[in-house]
Design a protein around this ligand. Sequence first.
Ligand SMILES: Cc1cc2nc3c(=O)[nH]c(=O)nc-3n(C[C@H](O)[C@H](O)[C@H](O)COP(=O)(O)O)c2cc1C
Length: 188
Amino acid sequence: MKKSIPATNDFCPQTLFLYGTYKEDGSPNFGLFCWLSYYWDSEMGVMACIGGEKLTKDRINATKIFSANLVTEDLLPLADYWGSADKRKANITAEVEKGRILDVPILTKSPWAFELEVNQSIDTNDGIVYLCKVRNVLVDESLCDDSMTHEEKIKKIKPAQTVGGTYFAWDGNAIGLWGEPMKNISKM
Ligand SMILES: Cc1cc2nc3c(=O)[nH]c(=O)nc-3n(C[C@H](O)[C@H](O)[C@H](O)COP(=O)(O)O)c2cc1C
């Protein structure tokens, strides 16, 4: 038996990324995003949707470049904070380096980052969809070890996921509601 329900992405797990841009004063800004996927145009591209008004959106529109840093379980408290309305209340610092190809901030602790350049933008009524060229994929050296399987590598980095306002660990266990992991920031 099937039932029709209102539009929702519950039960469609999403991978989390921190988008990095430089603010006008040159300091880095990171925002948490999960509406990211991939498309094909003779090479792999990344598509990213930003809803409403966001600083990240303003900076991408101004510079046409950004980084997308994979959020792991270790990074979740910080990511959760950067996804909240409180994020500008405290000055949380993190180790940041520069992209190798594009002038974008990269989170050192993220094991996998895309350096992205916007190729096309599609304005929706209340948001924007960016179709991006992948200018570089910057990864921890350990992920380039050909003696390890993909299973071993992904179990090592443990990407965090989200479904229906809840964060999930790579093993499928719930690890907090949105707004909870940031309470552990001081323990990071
Ligand atoms: C788990 C999670 C996922 C999010 N994903 C998105 C997203 O894909 N698109 C979006 O527009 N906002 C998303 N947000 C909201 C932004 O993270 C939030 O508005 C943040 O303040 C953006 O940073 P900025 O103000 O520096 O641009 C998400 C928030 C959370 C907690």
